[in-house]
Design a protein around this ligand. Structure first.
Ligand code: FUC
Length: 743
């Protein structure tokens, strides 16, 4: 029977896009579930190439005035050429993420037929199970990655004693023979261990592999094999298990990013975990994992949608936990030594999208690695602001890496020279505050928002009419110039103005909440008066640039000009219906040109339709994402796999069911006709409210709201899609739990 919490297959993974992910934020694996050559492709979040290099272009500042002059004079092509030389990073590229290595378990009897094969990931436990029958024996493998003990745990059992015999090895390589480096037990593909430095055992039961992050630090992965019955012994760099009843394999990894001696720390962690034993490790994992996963439950009568929604929560819990790095372009899971876009942090939409569901889906703690990373960016971002642009404060362009690099990435006119990466990221601080109302958090992190705003105040320049960002661009679209040429670089792109307004307003509100920095708040509000508002263009659309240019790609995947609709708050059907109408035109225009063709782009569109209160269009796009941008293992497809589409999808579903601002909750704002009855438990609203509700025939029939911060709120619905039966209580007063019984 199909379930919304199980991802299952009846055959082993033939390729990476069929393998199942496990992870605890830092340590991750892709499990193939192969009966005779079990293969787990491994990642550790700090395995990145290189080290920090100052890449700020020495010619930037001396050319800034000239670039601005050219843009103001409409000499866009000349300005672009100068940008490419004077602003690009030196060198042009940041560091990239790399795989940790591969774990292999090789079993005897590889030509025997397999029956009753099953492979599944249970989203309620975070455990991947493979089982099969061969020669009359049923074998079972369970794999999870424990956050509390930071080890991956593999448990091998069978229904017949003394029937587990295999050898195991952990290596780092790049086998050309995809995923099948072992052709037999005695032949290995030449490249399967080419990036391994040391490979040794510590008899009787530990095997260690070390390597070097390409041009960077050192890494180590180690396993300890614990058998019940049978024997474990070391030969060469392999551990051999013979005739065991059951086996537990513990795997741990470290790099010099966090530990001076990764070998010592990885091995020590194995010994600690081994003392606890499988049962206690498993209990600790389940209680930790369930404490996060069980907070939310969705029933909309559509298993595929519910399952992908749940998978997005699973993936965040598995790739972003306190102490880990934030989820990168592939979360944690990457098999390539030269991954697409370096599997870095692209901060003109992608990294932000990774966290859109963190608050709404009650995974607030999983948001924390992002804030730690913003802190890592500050020092570099100050240097870039000062050195390249002569500005105070802190800034970032459209990408960052493990070192928090802030200089431009690539020589790519349509993306590299955008300057509001830090400003947008800092809005996540404000979101975290709005959901938690945690003043201590705001006090600690307000300085980051302030510095991002300070850069903007300094960077803005007067074009005679408005204060504008310049140079800048609208990620990552191009426009047609009046003379027919194509332009990218511009002044005052619409998304910039929208981000600036959102950030400045958040800073001003923070100064009031924290009772601090009134003078800075005044500067921000004076500055805002001179920043252009949202403009409607000749097609009735929200203008993307400060001139009503036509876009080169009508169906471009980025829909930057609708930032104000989502994730921003400035376009709102209730507050400014004329802008909401223009946002609808914009979205329809993008879609008519083929927009939404990447997973993340489609996911953004779901969120935007939800904000427009259009559940049917939101659902159509959700189905489209499921159909056309989802890989067999349910990873979202750019292509290749990019995790933002998963996270953005989950955020979009939540956005269809609940929207909020402090003091106001809108229930079922974008309920599609198809979801006429259903329920959801545990979604979060701004102001610190946890909401459970159910509905039948488009009528709200049950509502239970917990105020976690002791605040009050007004409850609304979108009356076009949902009706509150008997209109009972539409105001939740300030007491802990308010059960509003509607029937
Ligand atoms: C942005 C997007 C691309 C891709 C890359 C990682 O540049 O425009 O589609 O997602 O980030």
């Amino acid at each position: 029977m199909r379930s919304n919490t199980i991802i299952d297959f009846c055959s082993p993974a033939e390729n990476w896009n069929e393998a199942l992910p496990t992870g605890n934020g830092r340590l991750g694996g892709m499990v193939f579930g192969r009966p005779y050559v079990e293969y787990v492709q491994l990642n550790e979040d700090s395995v990145w190439s290189g080290s920090f290099t100052d890449r700020n272009n020495p010619s930037a500042y001396e050319n800034l005035a000239e670039i601005r002059r050219l843009i103001f004079a409409g000499k866009i092509i000349e300005a672009q050429e100068l940008c490419a030389f004077a602003l690009s990073g030196t060198p042009e590229t940041q560091r990239h993420y790399e795989p940790l290595g591969n774990l292999y378990l090789l079993f005897a009897g590889d030509k025997n037929p397999i029956e009753k094969y099953s492979r599944k990931l249970d989203l309620t436990t975070g455990v991947i199970t493979t089982s099969f029958l061969t020669r009359g024996v049923t074998y079972k493998r369970e794999i999870f990655t424990s956050y509390p003990h930071n080890v991956m745990v593999l448990r091998l059992t069978s229904d017949k004693s003394a029937s587990l015999s295999f050898h195991t090895q952990i290596v780092r390589g790049n086998p050309t023979w995809d995923y099948e480096p072992y052709q037999t037990r005695t032949y290995r593909n030449p490249n399967y261990s080419e990036f391994t430095d040391k490979s040794y055992t510590k008899p009787p039961d530990i095997s260690v592999m070390t390597g070097s992050c390409n041009g960077g630090g050192k890494l180590c992965a180690a396993i300890k094999v614990i058998s019940e019955g049978g024997i474990v012994k070391a030969i060469g760099n392999s551990l051999i298990v013979r005739e065991a009843d059951s086996v537990t394999i513990l795997l741990s990894a470290d790099t010099t990013y966090r530990e001076n001696d990764p070998e010592a720390s990885a091995i020590k962690r194995l010994e600690i975990a081994a003392k606890l034993g499988y049962e206690r490790l498993c209990e600790a994992h389940l209680s930790d994992y369930r404490s996060l996963y069980n907070r939310v439950e969705l029933d909309v009568g559509d298993i595929e949608t519910e399952r992908l929604f749940n998978f997005g929560r699973y993936l965040l819990i598995s790739s972003s936990r306190p102490g880990s790095l934030p989820a990168n372009l592939q979360g944690l899971w990457n098999t390539d030594f030269a991954p697409a876009w370096g599997s870095k942090y692209t901060i003109n939409i992608n990294t932000q999208m990774n966290y859109w569901h963190a608050e709404t889906c009650n995974l607030s703690e999983c948001h924390l690695p992002l804030f730690e990373h913003i802190k890592r960016m500050v020092k570099n971002g100050r240097q870039t602001a000062k050195y390249m642009y002569g500005c105070n404060g802190f800034m970032a362009h459209h990408n960052t890496d493990i070192w928090g690099d802030t200089a431009p990435q690539d020589v790519c006119l349509s993306s590299s020279y955008w300057v509001l990466g830090a400003a947008w990221l800092c809005l996540h601080i404000w979101e975290h505050y709005l959901f938690s109302l945690d003043k201590n958090f705001l006090r600690e992190h307000y300085p980051l928002m302030r510095e991002a705003a300070e850069f903007v105040v300094n960077y803005l320049t007067d074009d005679g009419e408005f204060l504008v960002t310049c140079p800048t661009l609208s990620p990552e679209n191009e426009y047609r110039l009046p003379n027919g040429e194509t332009g990218v670089i511009c002044k005052g792109a619409s998304m910039d103005n929208q981000i600036i307004r959102e950030l400045f307003n958040a800073c001003i509100a923070s100064t009031e909440i924290l009772n601090t920095d009134a003078e800075f708040a005044r500067i921000l509000s004076d500055t805002l008066k001179r920043v252009a508002g949202i403009m409607v263009g000749k097609h009735g659309q929200i203008m993307e640039w400060n001139e009503d240019y036509d876009e080169i790609d009508i169906g471009h995947r980025h829909i930057s000009q609708l930032f104000a609709l989502h994730p921003g708050t400035q376009i709102d059907s209730a507050k400014n219906p004329e802008l909401a109408a223009a946002a609808r035109v914009t979205l329809e225009r993008r879609l008519s040109g083929g927009g939404g063709h990447t997973g993340w782009s489609r996911a953004w569109i779901i969120n935007m339709w939800a904000r427009l209160g259009d559940g049917d269009n939101a659902l159509t796009n959700a189905k489209e994402l499921l159909r056309n941008a989802t890989l067999p293992n349910l990873f979202s497809n750019h292509p290749p796999f990019q995790i933002d589409g998963n996270f953005g999808f989950t955020a979009g579903i939540a956005e269809m069911l609940l929207q909020s601002r402090v003091g106001e909750i809108v229930l079922l704002p974008a309920l599609p006709k198809e979801w006429s009855s259903g329920s959801v438990r545990g979604l979060m609203a701004r102001g610190g409210f946890e909401v459970d509700m159910r509905w039948e025939n488009h009528k709200l029939t049950g509502l239970d709201i917990l105020s976690k911060s002791g605040g009050e709120c007004v409850i609304k619905t979108n009356e076009q899609t949902i009706e509150i039966v008997n209109k009972p209580q539409t105001h939740v007063p300030n007491h802990k739990r308010s059960r509003v019984n509607l029937l």
